[in-house]
Design a protein around this ligand. Structure first.
Ligand code: NDP
Length: 337
């Protein structure tokens, strides 16, 4: 059983030397009397929240990785054997698994049976999995959007951002996204239908840049990056604007978080800023599927993935998120069936 092991706690940017590949043996049968599920992992998801798990903390909504242990993460898998009444051999599932070929999953609360396979299976790491639900709950529940509003999305070409932009367009909003390369800016405008997009790395004055794209101000900011961008947005918000604090990837590799200077605008502009963790919104998953599956089938929502092959490629793929190497949702293919 090939595995990706987390070496030890880190500070700063992760490197592929912080993980290593090893091989162990695993029985392909669930132990007698156990309620565990034995799965073959097919697709693994690289997600930014995995970086904070590489630093020791007791102060987060998710535990730190254990040095010397296999990396945990979201994935799509096939059930090979099950002691649990809700799962049987042959079922396809998505949820929490491990970065290895085969996993014995003892906590099955975060395992969801895959309802339909007439879309690519890997979508359950992205649009039909945790990032998709994040975009849905974050946009519709946290941002309370209305038709015609001015919406700004950062890290807009990624797993979550590309969907937020498309949801906002479907509702009839004016949508601008930012991303870190020309290729990504082109995707935003030409594939995902954003009204405008810009490369934030080429902008020296973010406040002025946002004023250019939003002369009348921003109603909704879907924040994936935090830091300087959030500070610039605060100066550009409209009265009664909303900010969904989804992620702050610009801060995940810093030992000391950057200060945000313009918070007073939350009072001046009567802005509502709300953080959220997607695990509190899983009850919305059936409703989300009902909305998104027809849109996917009719081609009204598209989804771009960045796929690498093999467990050996997983460490590089994960660290690539922090330099923006991924174009779309970062997926690792372990096996196709
Ligand atoms: P992405 O697929 O968007 O990948 C991360 C992207 O972030 C990179 O491609 C890069 O794109 C951008 N990025 C990296 N470093 C920086 C930086 N210093 N400043 C600005 N942008 C940077 O990731 P996801 O869509 O999966 O996640 C997006 C955000 O949502 C993350 O912050 C994540 O933690 C958060 N999240 C929160 C959840 C919740 O429950 N609250 C659940 C899921 C995700 P670029 O080239 O544009 O720089």
């Amino acid at each position: 059983n090939k595995q990706v092991i987390f070496k030890d706690y880190i500070s700063g940017f992760p490197t592929d030397a912080d993980m290593y590949i090893t091989t162990s043996t695993i029985s392909l049968k669930v132990p007698e009397g156990s309620k565990a599920v034995l799965v073959k992992n097919l697709y693994l998801s690289c997600d930014p929240y995995m970086r904070p798990r590489m630093t020791y903390t007791t102060d987060s909504y998710v535990d730190s990785f254990k040095p010397g242990s296999v990396i945990e993460g979201y994935g799509v898998a096939k059930v090979l054997d099950s002691g649990h009444p809700n799962f049987s051999k042959g079922d396809l599932v998505w949820g929490f698994t491990n970065w290895e070929e085969y996993s014995l999953i003892t906590s099955t609360e975060m395992l969801i049976k895959i309802p339909t396979t007439d879309v690519p299976l890997s979508y359950y790491t992205g649009i039909l999995g945790m990032p998709g639900l994040t975009a849905y709950a974050g946009f519709y529940e946290i941002c309370t959007p209305k038709k015609g509003e001015y919406v700004y999305v950062s890290a807009a070409s990624g797993a979550v951002g590309q969907l937020v932009g498309q949801f906002a367009k479907l509702l009839g909003c004016y949508v601008v996204g930012s991303a870190g390369s020309k290729e990504k800016v082109d995707l935003l405008k030409n594939k995902f239908g954003f009204d405008e997009a810009f490369n934030y790395k080429e902008e020296t004055d973010l406040v002025a840049c946002l004023k250019r794209y939003f002369p009348e101000g921003i109603d909704i900011y879907f924040d994936n990056v935090g830091g300087k961008m959030l500070d610039a947005v605060l100066l550009n918000m409209r009265v009664h604007g909303r900010i969904a604090a989804c992620g702050m990837i610009s801060q995940y590799n810093l030992d000391k978080l950057e200060g945000v200077c313009n918070l007073i605008n939350i009072i001046i502009k009567q802005v509502r800023m709300q953080g959220f963790v997607i695990t509190s919104y899983y009850h919305l998953y059936p409703k989300y599927l009902e909305m998104v599956l027809p849109h996917i089938k009719e081609g009204k929502i598209v989804y771009v993935e960045d796929t690498v092959e093999g467990l050996e490629s997983a460490p590089q793929a994960l660290i690539g998120l922090f330099s923006g190497r991924n174009v779309g949702k970062q997926v690792v293919v372990v096996a196709r069936e």
